[in-house]
Every structure is written in C-alpha cells, then in structure tokens.
Design a protein around this ligand. Structure first.
Ligand code: DSN
Length: 440
C-alpha cells in the first residue's frame, strides 16, 4: 500500500490499525470472516472504475465486454456450486437482496411476508416493522417454542390464518439445523413462495455441513461474506422449483434489482464473488466448513460445562447464543468486557428478551473467523476458559432498569472496564496466542 501511505497517511494508519486489531483478537462475531488475499486483491482492481448498468450482453453503457465475462463467470460458478438454474449476482448487500425478492413478488402495502421475529433470531429484512420489509409490505412474525426451536405446528397455524405471500426461513441467530422440507410443506399448503435466506450458513450448505434448501424452496438468498468467506455482496438464486412455479421469476428479480433498487453493479465486487465461489468449490473449503461446525460444537460443550445458559442448549452450526440472565450480567456489559479481553463478539437479544435491543440479555458468538485462522477443537477449551474468566469479572453486576440510572451506569462502566487488570491481562494472553495463527 505504498501509494496510499504516501497520499493519505491517515487512512493508511487506520487500515494498518484495523489489520493489527483483526490479527490480535479472537474474532467471534458469527457473521464475520477473514476473506482471502485473492479476494482482497480483486476488490482493489480497475474493475472498480466501470459502470455496467444492465445485465451481460444488454448494458446501457459501452465498454462492458470484460464486465460481461466477469458477471457470467460469477453466475455460472454460483449456479454450479449451489445447484440452481438462475442467479443474480448484483445485489450490493443482504438487505437489498431480500428487498429485491419482495419487490419482485409482492404488491407494495398488500403483499404479506411471514418471517421469524428479530427478537427470536430473524433478521431486520424478514418483516421487522421498522425495516422497509415491514413498512412497505404487510408482515407477520413467528417465534420459537419454549426450547428455542422452530415450532412447526405454530408456524403452520400462523400460515393458515395469515395466508402470507412469502414465508421466510433462514436466520441470523438460530444455532440449530433448519428443516427446509417442513417449511416447504407449510408453504405449499398455503400457496406461499418459500424464501430461504441462508446468509449465515451458505458456506456450510455448499460444503455439505448443513442441509441445502435448494430442493425445497423457490428462492435462496445469501450474502457472500459470512461463512462463504467472500467479499461483501449477495446472491439471489431461483431454484428449479421456483422457476416451475413462475418461469419469469428470474426476470422479475433482475428487474427488481435494476431499475427497482440499484443502478450500476460493483464489478470489482462481482469479480471478487466469482473468486470466492471458486475457492468455495475446493476440497479445502469443505474441510474448513466442517471444522467450523466441529469447533462450534466443542465450544458449546465447554461453555455448557461452565454453566452458561446456551439458547436451545447447544449448537449444530457455526454460532452460539448465550442467555446471560442467570449470570446477572447484561449482554452489552458482557460484550464490552469481552472486547477488552480480546474476544470480539456481539450483544444479542434472546427469545422473550425483557430488555431492549441496545441492552439485550445475551451475546452471540461463532467460529467461522477463528476457524479460518486455524483454530481447532482443542483450542476451544482455551477460548471457553478465557470467556468464563472475562465474564467472571462482570458477573452479578446488576443493570439498572431505570433509563437515567442505566445511562449513568453505562458511562461509568465504559470508563472503568478498560482499566480492569484481569481483562487486560486476558487480552494480552489472547494476543500472544492469536498472532501465531496466520491471517490472510
Ligand atoms: N449483520 C448480520 C449479522 O450479524 O447477522 C446480518 O445482517
């Protein structure tokens, strides 16, 4: 980055600082990963300079022969990897990707989405009232059963009553295997489209570490930067089943992306997606994905043994959700204390959370990024021990319910926690440990 260093030393220093941070911590936000150097290189190419509104062979601007080849390659690789006949690779992010599906299939303000409630592990774009998916479309939200599992009887009942046009399955904080076939039965019964948003698990799906939704659903969406380990971006895929239902489904989605929601795609991002799809087709990626799950299961066992209350009791995939109510510590407090200790994860709501989203009762963590760094099952013992030791520093720290008291408490906690000797010491241990694992 010699040019950057010379031209803008401020940004150069910030990039280097972030590189150092990523190298020295246990990066355990389950939606994050370390993409490969090849992907990073691709993002920094001259493809960034091009405008390519439209689709291959049908562009609005000249000079798109290379962009066409890039996009076709990305589409073909995704079709092959996921086993689908149609792919759109242009959505710039996960939110746009899901919005495009709704725009393609639903009449604004009339069409109805049925998705998992955010508080129970769904995503904002699955019909959350404050998001565009809940503002511009009707939405109803299902929840989980008392064991924090998908409750198919309740889902069917809601679907029969509400008659949604689209049922969304695929979640952001659900640690268990999703039974797509059961969702398909319900969707068929009520004549709804079935959308699987597999953003979190798409890497596991292509590696066979989680069942694929493709035989069961009409549309599959995924971001490309989570377990798939690519650049930020997204794929919208239509299955054989979806095309059989509506042969124009692909065209409708293309139109929803442009002119519906976007102008030109980011060709450098499309090319980087193509690179990540090539990488994800390799045997080494299969091994990597299975290791993510083995690590997550091993970590869940250790945390269980320490008496943490894992939502649903454990993990079948890449993520773990911990309900901290029994430790008498708020999720926001825990997440900040863990960050000081070099363990980076996120505060998260838990099913039936009595607390607001900014101060939720839980934390969410996962193994995709640390598995990329090379950590194995045996290392999870160490990771769990650090998590336990760090959380011991803030256990039984009652969190004020009153808004004003809470604000004062939070302000004081933020300034105190960085001085906590034990947390700082764990942070040093984590750093000494992590720098031995190479980062792309
Ligand atoms: N922000 C992503 C996640 O962490 O799950 C979803 O958009």
């Amino acid at each position: 980055m010699n040019n950057l260093k010379k031209i803008d030393p401020d940004i150069y220093d910030l990039v280097k600082a972030e590189e150092k941070r990523q190298k020295e911590v246990l990066e355990m936000i389950p939606s994050e990963n370390y993409t490969s150097t090849a992907v990073l290189e691709t993002l920094g190419t001259v493809l960034n300079n091009k405008y390519s509104e439209g689709y291959p062979k049908k562009r609005y601007y000249q000079g798109n022969a290379v962009a066409d080849s890039v996009e076709i390659l990305a589409q073909e690789r995704a079709q092959k990897l996921f086993g689908v006949p149609y792919v759109n690779v242009q959505a710039l992010s996960g939110s746009v990707m899901n919005l495009a599906v709704y725009l393609a299939l639903l009449e604004p303000f009339k069409g109805k989405i049925m998705g998992l409630s955010l508080q129970f592990g769904g995503h904002l774009t699955h019909g959350y009232p404050a998001s565009a998916s809940g503002k511009f479309f009707q939405s109803v939200q299902y929840t989980l059963d008392e064991n924090a599992r998908l409750d198919f009887d309740a889902i069917e009942k809601m679907a029969m009553k509400e008659r949604p046009d689209i049922i969304v399955c695929g979640f952001t904080a659900y640690p268990r295997i999703i039974d797509f076939a059961k969702f398909a039965k319900i969707a068929e019964k009520v004549g709804a489209y079935l959308l699987a948003d597999i953003s979190h698990i798409s890497g596991l799906v292509v590696a066979g570490a989680h069942p694929s939704p493709v035989p069961h659903v009409d549309i599959v969406t995924t971001t490309t930067h989570k377990t798939l380990r690519g650049p930020r971006g997204a794929l919208i895929m239509v299955t054989e089943k979806g095309l059989k239902k509506d042969p124009d489904l692909g065209k409708k989605i293309d139109t929803a992306i442009i002119p519906g929601l976007q102008g030109g795609p980011h060709d450098n991002q499309t090319a980087a997606i193509a690179v990540c799809l090539l990488e994800a087709a390799k045997p080494s990626f299969k091994k990597y994905s299975h290791q993510i799950v083995s690590n997550s299961k091993a970590l869940a066992k250790e945390l269980n043994d320490y008496g943490f209350d894992l939502v649903s009791g454990g993990s079948d995939n890449h993520l773990i959700l911990i309900d901290l109510k029994n430790k008498n510590v708020n999720g926001a407090v825990a997440a900040l204390a863990l960050e000081v200790a070099g363990i980076v994860l996120n505060k998260n709501g838990v099913p039936n959370d009595p607390m607001p989203p900014f101060y939720p009762s839980g934390i969410r963590l996962g193994t995709p990024a640390i598995t990329t760094r090379g950590l194995k099952e045996k290392d999870m013992k160490k990771v769990a021990k650090w998590i336990k030791a760090a959380l011991d520093e803030v256990t039984d720290l009652p969190f004020p319910k009153d808004k004003e008291e809470r604000s004062a408490f939070w302000k004081k906690f933020k300034s105190d926690v960085v001085k906590n000797k034990k947390l700082v010491q764990i942070g040093q241990e984590v750093k000494t440990f992590m720098v031995k694992f190479p980062m792309p």
